[in-house]
Design a protein around this ligand. Structure first.
Ligand code: KIV
Length: 264
């Protein structure tokens, strides 16, 4: 069993093999996801909502992410492990380097940052210093108060063009992976085709190179509501490991996400 690296994901993209990703916050779930074949695990700042019960991700700290990264690390043998950089932990390149180092030393293989043009210098500096970066565009939840709510992004032509331009720029700056969240499927397709690096979608249609879900949504146990772009696999299978396998199978076959999970 070989470990998944950014090179593996690049190869998957070149071969047209769809890959899967899930959020994970503890060793037991991480081990189940990993052993069933989920390729990428993200210690997401979504923990602010699904673990901590907040209304958004802003209260999450670097220490929170570091603690859960250490937990998840112990459960992972194969998957690539990404740690989210929380709100305001990368406001300057210097802060980004200090805090990314903490997350890498907690066991992450890569860090994820939300944002576009303003982040280019930070992405380059992190990469130059040995810290691989996954960028995140579209509905970036740390900007929820700027957006005025959790709203689909890139619906008008100007914003769609800006997101596409930012995706290209962030790749040129050195990012090795990109998450696009809640954008119209045609825009996600255009970004995936324009970029060499793999693009992971959530609420972005079926044409990205990989898919990611928040594990609580996959298992239908999120407090509050399950987003329209998500799917409760536990409901259809009745067993956690079968739910994970069904998710992997449906992504690989292009069944998930379907049109009912997709924005136009
Ligand atoms: O924090 C998170 O879980 C995320 C995913 C939704 C991509 O950023």
């Amino acid at each position: 069993m070989s470990k998944i690296t950014s090179s593996t994901l690049l190869k998957f993209k070149q071969e047209g093999k769809k890959f899967t990703s899930l959020t994970a916050y503890d060793a037991s779930f991480a081990s189940a996801f990993d052993s069933e074949g989920v390729d990428v695990l993200l210690v997401g700042d979504s923990m602010g909502m699904v673990l901590q019960g907040h209304d958004d991700t802003l209260p999450v700290s670097v220490e929170d992410i570091a603690y859960h990264t250490r937990c998840v690390r112990r459960g992972v043998k194969r998957a690539l492990l990404i740690a989210d950089m929380p709100f305001m932990s990368y406001a300057t390149p210097e802060q980004a380097m200090t805090n990314a180092a903490i997350l890498m030393q907690a066991g992450a293989n890569m860090v994820k940052v939300e944002g576009g043009h303003w982040l280019l210098e930070t992405v380059t500096k992190l990469t130059e210093r040995g810290i691989p970066v996954c960028a995140h565009l579209g509905l970036t939840p740390q900007s929820v108060h700027v957006f005025g709510g959790f709203k689909i992004q890139g619906r008008d032509a100007n914003n769609a063009q800006r997101i596409l331009d930012e995706a290209k720029a962030i790749e040129a700056a050195g990012a090795q992976l990109l998450v696009v969240e809640c954008i119209p499927a045609p825009l996600a397709k255009a970004i995936s085709e324009a970029l060499t690096i793999p693009v992971i979608g959530i609420g972005a249609g079926a044409d990205t190179d990989g898919q990611i879900l928040v594990m609580h949504d996959l298992l239908g146990i999120s407090s509050g509501y399950i987003p329209r772009f998500s799917k409760n696999y536990l409901k259809q299978t009745g067993e956690i490991r079968e739910a994970i396998r069904a998710y992997i199978d449906e992504v690989e076959k292009g069944i998930f996400p379907g049109s009912e999970h997709t924005f136009s």
